[in-house]
Write a protein of this length. Structure first.
Ligand code: NOJ
Ligand code: MG
Length: 548
């Protein structure tokens, strides 16, 4: 497939580079840094939303899908950015937040003013006869999923923040609006689209209470109708572009459903994001907890999905980081003694695997979670709600803050660290979110004498050069060895064995004979060569290519 050898870079515009000193990253700032992006050789950039938004959820509350929010720039800036990126060989992926709109969107405002046509765009329901909320559903950001619809006595559904009202996808007019928005951006030459929380658009017509002890999300997540709506949307918009690259954000999905979403014959999506591997440091499934990650669970998930998708013909996005996750290097690596090695190990573990690798801004220089000292440093609504909820459960401030430090989404939203100066070279003003460790980790230092950025360049180049990486099959390897995550990719007569030591201890791995004479394609340990029994230093990664 055309996109299998591509690598996508995720850029959080608010935190990339601020050109006008207002403390918020902007489109002109991105234009200023195109040479940097070009030097990494990524094929496409997924931009988090920069559409008009009151920013109650950092742009995922869109008030106008066809305009650039003034804090990020103008449409002329976007057009210039698109033109210059194209000249640099980089395509654009836009973030389509179509499960919900901001309550400031004109549709919601008209609905509030009494317009029946627009009321049918949302889920507006009366209270139960006893006066309680329409259903017992919970918002993913805490509290009930219903808020008063003006002073009508009715309520509107919001699965996320109170000011993100869920759209009623059963209404054909809503589906037409969605296609029209995508087509607006297609007309500007955009053919990459990321779809926010796509697998929750298929709520039942009649909304009912979740039974006791059943999480409400199981009632509306991954329902079969999502596939129908997706097929229709594709046919009416992005599906008409041969060079399209689309990715659906699918929380709590299954392998079988993901295969259905992405099998080429189904004409739905190019690929999907799932999050099971990023829940391996949750205590009893609870995100707001602090426990070391479970390596065996992580490996098991990576293998089961890798193999399951291969066998079923599905395609996944490969990623460790995004704007909703604390930095993976803090979770699965070692930011103390082995920051560089573990950054490279994490990179190789997914870039050599089957799927499309995503690099989240800053990963390529080994950025880590910020060293914040108080809740005042945090901005995200989710972190604030979670902190209050933890205190409400009787937890001490110290313990609750420790959990926020480990899990907050702001951890990855801190400004890109361009240099060692006070605001990390991100802004001349006051940054909207504070960087903390730029003295040690920054682009300038990395490009001058680091090795992580170069390692990423190498991985990106290899994917283009070797079909065994872009299109080979996936087979788990060495699962009997503790802390080893390894797999074999096969393409025709070529085989690639990838070994990753996910520990701070030396590990020995017996090699199958055919790999003992293999070529080292890439490694983060210069002196490592194949032998009958390999000794892998802490956080070592190596890719061995065997040509039959
Ligand atoms: C997923 C986005 O990645 C996240 O940042 C946002 O809060 C929710 N969807 C709601 O739009
Ligand atoms: Mg700015």
């Amino acid at each position: 497939m055309g996109f299998h050898n591509k690598v996508i870079y995720q850029l959080y515009p608010k935190s990339f580079y601020d050109s006008d000193g207002d403390g918020v990253g902007d489109l002109r700032g991105i234009i200023d840094k195109i040479d940097y992006l070009k030097s990494l050789h990524v094929d496409m950039i997924w931009f988090n939303p920069f559409f008009v938004s009151p920013q109650y959820d950092n742009g995922y509350d869109v008030a106008d899908y066809r305009q650039i929010d003034p804090r990020f720039g103008t449409m002329a800036d976007f057009d210039e950015l698109a033109k210059k990126l194209k000249a640099a060989g980089i395509d654009i992926m836009l973030d389509m937040v179509l499960n919900h709109t901001s309550t400031e969107h004109a549709w919601f405002q008209k609905a509030l003013a009494g317009d029946k046509h627009y009321q049918a765009y949302y889920y507006i329901r009366p209270p139960k006869p006893d006066g309680s909320l329409p259903t017992n559903w919970e918002s993913k950001f805490g509290g009930p999923a219903w808020a008063p619809f003006g002073d009508t006595g009715n309520y509107y559904l919001h699965l996320y923040e109170r000011r993100q009202a869920d759209l009623n996808w059963h209404n054909p007019a809503v589906r037409q609006e969605a296609a029209a928005i995508i087509n607006f951006w297609r007309a500007k030459g955009v053919h990459g689209f990321r779809f926010d929380v796509l697998n929750v658009i298929g709520k039942a017509d009649k909304l009912v209470d979740a039974p006791p002890s059943v999480a409400s999300k199981t009632l509306y997540t991954d329902t079969p109708i999502v596939q129908d709506y997706l097929k229709e949307l594709a046919a009416n918009s992005f599906g008409q572009d041969d060079n399209r690259v689309t990715v659906g954000e699918m929380s709590s999905t299954t392998i079988a459903n993901s295969i259905a979403y992405t099998k080429p014959d189904n004409h739905e999506l190019s690929m999907f994001f799932q999050f099971h591997h990023l829940k391996t440091d949750y205590k009893n499934g609870e995100k707001w907890s602090k426990v070391p990650y479970d390596f065996n669970a992580l490996r098991d998930i990576l293998h089961t999905w890798g193999q399951g998708l291969d066998q079923g013909g599905g395609w996944q996005a490969l990623f460790w980081n995004n704007h909703d996750q604390p930095r993976a290097i803090n979770r699965f690596g070692d930011v103390g003694q082995y920051r560089v090695k573990s950054a490279e190990l994490l990179a190789a573990a997914i870039h050599l695997s089957r799927g499309t690798p995503y690099i989240y801004m800053g990963e390529e220089i080994g950025m880590t979670d910020p060293d914040y000292t108080s809740m005042a440093d945090y901005v995200d609504v989710e972190a604030k709600n979670a902190y209050a909820a933890l205190l409400g459960k009787g937890m001490s401030e110290k313990e609750a803050f420790g959990i926020i430090l480990a899990k907050a989404r702001d951890n990855s939203r801190t400004p890109m660290q361009w240099d060692a100066s006070g605001h990390a070279g991100f802004t001349t003003g006051t940054p909207w979110l504070r960087p903390t460790n730029q003295a040690a980790i920054n682009v300038q230092a990395e490009l001058a004498h680091g090795e992580i950025f170069k390692f990423y360049q190498q991985l990106i180049a290899l994917r283009k050069q070797y079909p065994v990486i872009s299109d080979g099959s996936y087979t788990p390897f060495g699962t009997e060895i503790d802390r080893l995550y390894a797999y074999i990719r096969t393409y025709g007569t070529q085989q690639l064995l990838v070994l990753n030591n996910f520990s701070d201890k030396t590990m020995t791995v017996p090699l199958p004979e055919k790999f003992q004479t293999a070529k080292v394609l890439i490694t983060n340990e210069a002196t490592l060569t194949p032998t009958a029994t390999m000794t892998l230093p802490p956080y070592a990664t190596i890719g061995l290519l065997q040509k039959a």
